[in-house]
Design a protein around this ligand. Sequence first.
Ligand code: NG1
Ligand code: MG
Length: 520
Amino acid sequence: MAGSVPVAKALADIYPPTALPTQLPRWNDLLQGFEKKYGYRASNVARSPGRVNIIGEHIDYSLYAVLPMAITADCLLAFSAKPASSPSSFRIRIANVDDAKFPAREFTLPADGGFEIDATVFEWSNYFKSGLRGALELLRKKRGTDVKLHDIDLLMDGTVPIGGGLSSSAAFVTSSALTVLLANGEESVDKKELTELAIVSERAVGVNSGGMDQSASVLSEQGAALLVSFSPSLEAKPIKFPPTHPELCFLVAQSFVTSNKQVTGPVNYNLRVVEVSIAAAYLNAVLNPPGTPLPEDAGPLGISLHGFHDNYFYHQTASDLSAPKSISKEEELNRLIAVVKETLTQEEGYTREEVAKVLGISVADLEKRFMSKLPVRAERFKLRQRALHVFSEALRVLQFLAVLDRSVEPGTTDTTAFNQELGRLMNESQDSSRVLYENSCAELDQICEIGRGAGAYASRLTGAGWGGCTVHLVPADRVASVEEALQREYYSKRELSGEQKEQAVVVSRPGHGSTVYVVQ
Ligand code: NG1
Ligand code: MG
């Protein structure tokens, strides 16, 4: 994964041939729109795609490896820059091709990067600002404090559905940071640096997220899914699916239930991050000798990539792939599952008082340590269920990879059995999301049932859940029947706009990660 964000001179370097007939007019419109708006031509387009997660849900922030892939839908930022006229500030003008939904913004910001991002309101340009702030931090780190900044004009066109579980946010933040780095004179942008700064940046928008989305968006390679691991440091490895007959397809189906983490974070996403952190601390307190220190894991930016340091899950199962270990990672995870079953026995969850007592701290300290960064609302923390999900999901990712490995062994002819095995693991992931992590919802469950009933090997939610998107593993000869069943039993029963109908079901192939396009 080492290296710079690739530079493209033609759309054929960015998209598969089948996508070109729709991409060419779209790009033309974007570049013409830029010229019309600002009166001169854009110099570049920064592009980052959305992603679909194949397996490994809600375990990236517990530092377990996940397997997403980039999709064709993406965020394009056409831009041009010129040196700022003032040494102490610079100007950003950002507009969107859909200016009814995303009105144009203009702001003049202090060159020292000291500007606020109000995470309590939904404002589309905040995502740009968070990428901007991260990029400025990196520039200052590399070049010192007196970086001469540039004014930037931008026009955006995003095709990743918003709040749809395909990570429009990471596509927007990574392409924003990429734009700011290039606009300010970076000749090439290191992919890993870009990914890490985007992971940290996106937290400014109010979500305590892991690093899967930004990694998939920046680091993916066409034709392969991406195994992203976070320990001992961020690593990404392309994983090819073996060719099968009929071809194995990833069908992505929207639920059109929107889950906005800015609004619901305190009772869903951010609460889960807190629950697993508390579960980690609880297990550490019960199982390790008192005062066992847990190492910190600061990323190369000097900021913890992971937001919390108490991650027993990670530290106990440190997943350095090459490290010699007396037991395998699978055995280790199985052991942890058994430990959780024995130790965290309260199905009904744990109150603040109960947790504080075991950690030997006051409730106020517990709140300060785990709940002061972002607000959460809960009477009880379901430590048992959340921990069981994390460990079993981490195990499924390893098992999934093992099945892929076995399926390419010489002499393998019948691939159906392997596909069924992959499907079983993805279906179990959905069951675990529904029952243990409680990040599914009735609509997602229904879509999964429809998908499986119509011939998918597997159907599961993808991304954060609570709405958003589903992914279905389907042999090519059954794609039509799955699609028809979804239309008949789900979409036809909802009121959808023309745009939604178009986006409802997409068959996705693994696409390229971030790219810079140079306008000729
Ligand atoms: P989405 O689907 O973009 O909300 C979120 C997190 C990921 C990961 C998944 C669940 C962000 C930016 N991303 O994805 O890091 O934790 O949920 O697996 O919040
Ligand atoms: Mg997101």
